[in-house]
Design a protein around this ligand. Structure first.
Ligand code: S3P
Length: 438
């Protein structure tokens, strides 16, 4: 990835309406699941971020015909047993969702495949998927006994079984459900099942027999080869991307920003709950269902914010939003505590360390703890030279912080936004009103 640097100064007014790009989690899934469907599907508003392009490239390397024209994608499904042995290593780039979900999908196939990714991905924990998949009979090798990528999945017949999830991770949950599609009996998941539920919604819509109860999910492998049905859909806007604008507007004294067509799935809207608890002025219009997901238009107006506590069950509902919520907390009166969020250390960067260090350079008082941070908010932020560590969400959170900081903020490695939000810098320019603009 090219190393670009972006220089930003405070913006006097933020105004406008943005259609944020398609949801990253749904974009990955809808390509991967349709690749093994019995028929063809057309997807619109697909996220063309680098992560989702990695998923397309991997599925193509597995013999699936996929045609993309901008954000429109056609997937020519090959059925659950129609994937081809790849002739190359599958490169998942920076994408945890690609490598973890594919590991599950490939575990029951009739061939072997090796999955790897960039330096960040190769340092992230993989045993969380490898270990429970092994309990279903999967044969997976990896660096350090399967703790890290590269992972080699030797596809083989899988058995059903009961697995208790010990980490609230949609990637782990999804990997096991995908493995279950090829198992010889039901896969039952208990424990920490509360995480984003797009896999459950999509597989059910594709005709897979899936029972979801409080704390328990059971997937019955399809007995008939018409499943999964192909599923054409428009991907709703990504709430994780919209949160950058929600925070920017909420903390800025002269702001009003609307984000249209955003996915409002309750497993994804923790940031809205937190911003409301901080006193933000938020209204939601045009609530409707699009495909399997609730969506709406969200308008946020600027005003004073107060500190809050973020922990417990809220964490999986806003895990990706914590870097930018830390920026809101730095601009809020009082002390915000984020706890129960040790998962932040396993993301694209160690986000407890990187958020504390980089926001600290802008003058924010962020104290890292083992499972989160403590932020003494309300002080003035000032521009500084900061670093994204190649972490897309950190780069965008720092850009939001610059909007009220005194002086110039320069962000190194700013290109990392292409991972999830390629049009981020254009959207930022669009809502930034300088004197003379209306
Ligand atoms: C994702 C799940 C989350 C999230 C990631 C996307 C998904 O990760 O942080 O950005 O699409 O399933 P975990 O499953 O590791 O919590």
């Amino acid at each position: 990835m090219a190393e670009t640097q972006v220089a930003l100064t405070a913006v006097p007014r933020l105004r406008g309406s943005l259609a944020v790009p398609g949801d990253k989690s749904i974009s990955h899934r809808v390509v991967m699941f349709n690749a093994v469907a019995e028929g063809n599907a057309r997807i619109t508003n697909f996220l063309t971020g680098a992560d989702c392009l990695s998923t397309i490239a991997c599925m193509q390397a597995l013999g699936v015909r996929i045609e993309r024209n901008g954000d429109e994608v056609q997937v020519f499904g090959r059925g659950l047993r129609g994937l081809q042995p790849p002739t190359t290593v599958l490169d998942c780039g920076n994408s945890g969702t690609t490598i973890r979900l594919l590991t599950g999908l490939l575990a029951g196939q009739a061939f072997s495949a090796t999955l790897t990714g960039d330096e960040s991905l190769r340092s992230r924990p993989m045993l969380r998927v490898v270990e429970p998949l092994r309990r279903l009979g999967a044969e997976i090798e990896g660096a350090d006994g399967g703790k890290r990528a590269p992972l080699t999945v030797h596809g083989r017949p899988l058995r059903g079984g009961k697995i208790e999830l010990t980490v609230a991770s949609a990637q782990v949950k999804s990997a096991l459900l995908l493995a279950g599609l090829l198992a010889d009996g039901p896969v039952e998941l208990t424990g920490k099942t509360a995480s984003r539920d797009h896999t459950e919604r999509l597989l059910a819509a594709m005709g897979i027999d899936l029972r979801v109860e409080q704390g328990r999910i059971v997937l019955y492998p399809p007995a008939h080869p018409v499943f999964p049905y192909p599923l054409s859909l428009r991907v709703p806007g990504d709430p994780s991307s919209a949160t950058f604008w929600w925070v920017a507007a909420a903390m800025h004294p002269e702001a009003e920003i609307t984000t249209t067509g955003v996915c409002l799935n309750p497993t994804r809207t923790g940031a809205l709950d937190v911003l409301r608890a901080m006193g933000a002025n938020i209204s939601v219009q045009n609530q409707r269902n699009e495909g399997q997901e609730p969506v709406g238009d969200v308008t946020v107006r600027g005003g004073p914010l107060t500190a809050t506590t973020i922990g417990g069950d809220l964490i999986p509902r806003l895990i990706d939003e914590l870097p930018v919520l830390a920026v809101a907390a730095a601009n809020a009166h009082g002390t915000t505590v984020v706890r129960d969020a040790a998962e932040l250390r396993a993301k694209e960067s160690d986000r407890i360390a990187t958020v504390a260090t980089e926001l600290g350079k802008l003058g924010a008082a962020v104290t890292p703890t083992e499972d989160g941070f403590v932020i003494d908010g309300g002080g003035e932020l000032h521009g500084a030279a900061v670093e994204s560590y190649g972490d897309h969400r950190l780069a965008m959170a720092l850009a939001v912080a610059s909007l009220t900081a005194e002086g110039t903020t320069t962000i190194a490695n700013a290109d990392s936004v292409v991972v999830s939000y390629p049009s981020f810098w254009e959207h930022l320019a669009q809502i930034s009103m300088r004197p003379g603009q209306t």
